[in-house]
Ligand binder design. Structure first.
Ligand SMILES: Cc1cc2nc3c(=O)[nH]c(=O)nc-3n(C[C@H](O)[C@H](O)[C@H](O)COP(=O)(O)O)c2cc1C
Length: 252
């Protein structure tokens, strides 16, 4: 019995599901409108414009070779703030826009199956210069962040929601990635979920590498209480839910 269950989970990693799908019947092929590439926000919310690339004065010209060599998971952070240009650089590295094509396609700094990009980035801000503590969300199309919640007691909430992993609350900012699966399902139906899991690894890997250019460190965190994390960032847990997170803080 146990073996059967294990095989079901193993099958999730295989690409057999592709043969079960009638791709002529996906929502995309049936002409259903494409879902938005970025979640909406209200103009009544506080929006903070991020520094543009030319203003990223704190970001060092680290070589890709040294970044790959030095990358490691960091769980101890200095009690120092991250600067806003450093945060802008990390957000661009993980979900930012690298190009808009003439045909209107938006290409990002990370790869994604079919360029579907099914993630949103929430930020639990503890110590970033010029920003009040709270929960924010990245708006890649506007190079801005939007304040979602002032969130009282954020430290305790994230420690409890991450099953007691107390190093998260000692970081400057926790990146929390949610997934909106329909963005991928619209094209790939039930073949969407395997590639979503692959996509999010690319995002976090770029965060590890980008941290090397700003004397900072991170640690991918996949162990958390699902309902509690979904509640913390106010998502419904079905059409959008937390998939992965990573605290960032200064390490030198
Ligand atoms: C998918 C994934 C999930 C992880 N989840 C956690 C976690 O919940 N808590 C934690 O402390 N580290 C977590 N880690 C970090 C790993 O423990 C770490 O990458 C591993 O020990 C290797 O160390 P290195 O990254 O320094 O090479 C995770 C890493 C990955 C890639």
């Amino acid at each position: 019995m146990k073996k059967n269950i294990v095989n079901v989970y193993r099958d999730f990693l295989k690409d057999r599901v592709r043969k079960e799908i009638d791709f002529s019947q996906t929502d995309q092929c049936r002409g259903i409108k494409e879902p938005p590439i970025q979640k909406e926000y209200s103009f009544e919310q506080k929006i903070i414009k991020l520094p543009e690339k030319e203003e990223w004065n704190s970001v060092k010209d680290t070589s890709i070779r040294s970044a790959i060599q030095s990358r490691q998971s960091h769980r101890n952070y200095k009690d120092k703030p991250l600067k806003l240009d450093e945060l802008a650089f990390l957000l661009w590295s993980t979900q930012g826009i690298r190009k808009k094509t003439d045909s209107g396609r938006v290409l990002r700094t990370v790869p994604s199956a079919g360029n579907r990009h099914s993630f949103e980035t929430y930020l639990l801000i503890f110590n970033v210069s010029g920003l009040e503590q709270g929960i924010y969300r990245y708006l890649p199309l506007e190079n801005s962040i939007v304040l979602e919640d002032n969130a009282e007691n954020l430290s305790n909430c994230i420690t409890n929601s991450s099953l007691g992993q107390s190093f998260l609350a000692k970081s400057a900012v926790v990146f929390v990635w949610t997934v909106i699966p329909y963005r991928m399902e619209w094209r790939y139906d039930i073949a969407a979920h395997r590639v979503i899991a692959m996509d999010v690894g690319h995002v976090c890997q770029n965060l590890y590498l980008a941290c090397e250019a700003i004397d900072s460190g991170t640690c991918g965190v996949a162990a958390f209480d699902q309902d509690s994390m979904d509640n913390l960032v106010s998502v419904d847990g079905s059409d959008e839910f937390v998939i992965y997170m990573a605290p960032v803080g200064k390490v030198t």
